[in-house]
Ligand binder design. Structure first.
Ligand SMILES: Nc1ncnc2c1ncn2[C@@H]1O[C@H](COP(=O)(O)OP(=O)(O)OP(=O)(O)O)[C@@H](O)[C@H]1O
Length: 284
């Protein structure tokens, strides 16, 4: 069953669309990178999937069930503001989690906390650094034993060690339990090593979506003379030019014309190419 599917989903705040006509589906047991610049609509999409925000148009389904104003029992959501009670200790917060959730594993929370070297279970939440609070929030999210884990910018305030710990915990979660993880970031570098599936959004719209290897395999970067661009076959995503040389990102490229060199893009250059195209469309 598809963990998360969106059909023509849009969200309008007053006159402005935060998310527009988004259609995608997320494969089971994979790590999905929800990437896009600031203000792209990532948090809005995740909040809609968690049932916290109602779409203006379209529909989201979680494991086949339409999301209707409440979180699906198989979903955990880590919100960007990490809502935790500052005057409780980490241990007390975990006990509160147990009392608030029908399905809960204290053992799982303790297991995750034990893997997070920088988190003291007896410390009051308000004394913790932002990074440690994020780690506690992730442990609590896993305590719900989710089948779908939605994480809004989970790595943004973690130091390199905590980031590494967190990624290992999430990788083990996917490998051992088959959990699907959707993680947002405005930096692809955060997620590049771990993601199987890419969902790139900008200006509220999906720019590209799919299995990372398949997406990469469909694209080519061609370098050649600016005067010869009309010879290129394939769907042009974007291009940059110096006086003499053009660098063109193509989808489903045809044969390479004489005088042109071909390079396989990495995920970084592919994402940059799509974001450049999106920005150019907005400028027009
Ligand atoms: N509650 C709200 N009321 C009005 N506008 C909103 C609200 N929430 C989000 N927006 C607007 O919707 C757009 C998308 O915001 P969103 O937070 O979803 O983007 P994002 O990709 O998560 O950005 P960031 O990486 O900065 O967190 C932005 O222009 C934002 O200002």
């Amino acid at each position: 069953m598809t963990p998360l599917a969106a059909t023509a989903v849009g969200k309008r705040y007053r006159a402005r669309w935060a998310v527009r006509d988004c259609t995608f589906s997320v494969p089971e047991g994979k790590v999905v990178a929800l990437v896009g610049p600031n203000g792209a609509g990532k948090s809005t999409l995740l909040r809609m999937a968690a049932g916290l925000v109602r779409p203006t148009t379209g529909e989201l389904r979680v494991f086949g069930t339409p999301v209707r104003g409440r979180i699906h029992p198989d979903v955990s959501f880590l919100a960007q503001d990490r809502p935790l009670y500052g005057n409780l200790t980490v241990r007390e917060m975990a006990r509160l989690g147990a009392s608030m959730n029908d399905r809960w594993s204290t053992g799982r929370v303790e297991e995750v906390l034990a893997l997070q070297a920088g988190v003291d279970e007896n410390a009051e939440i308000r004394t913790l650094s932002a990074g440690a609070r994020t780690q506690v929030a992730i442990a609590l999210a896993l305590g719900r034993l989710p089948r779908l884990l939605l994480l809004d910018e989970p790595l943004s305030d973690l130091d390199p060690l905590a980031r590494d710990e967190t990624l290992r915990i999430l990788m083990a979660e996917v490998a051992d339990r088959g959990t699907t993880v959707v993680m947002s970031s405005h930096l692809l570098t955060d997620l590049r090593e771990v993601c199987d599936h890419l969902l790139l959004v900008d200006a509220g719209r999906v720019q590209i979506e799919g299995d990372v290897e398949e997406v990469l395999a469909r694209h080519r970067i061609l370098l050649g003379p600016v005067t010869g661009e009309s010879e290129l076959e394939g769907a042009r995503v974007s291009a940059t030019r110096t006086q003499r040389q053009a660098t063109v990102l193509l989808r489903d490229a045809g044969p390479v014309p004489p005088g042109w060199a071909e390079v396989a893009p990495d995920l970084e250059s592919l994402v940059m190419g799509y974001l450049r195209a999106s920005r150019d469309r907005r400028k027009r």
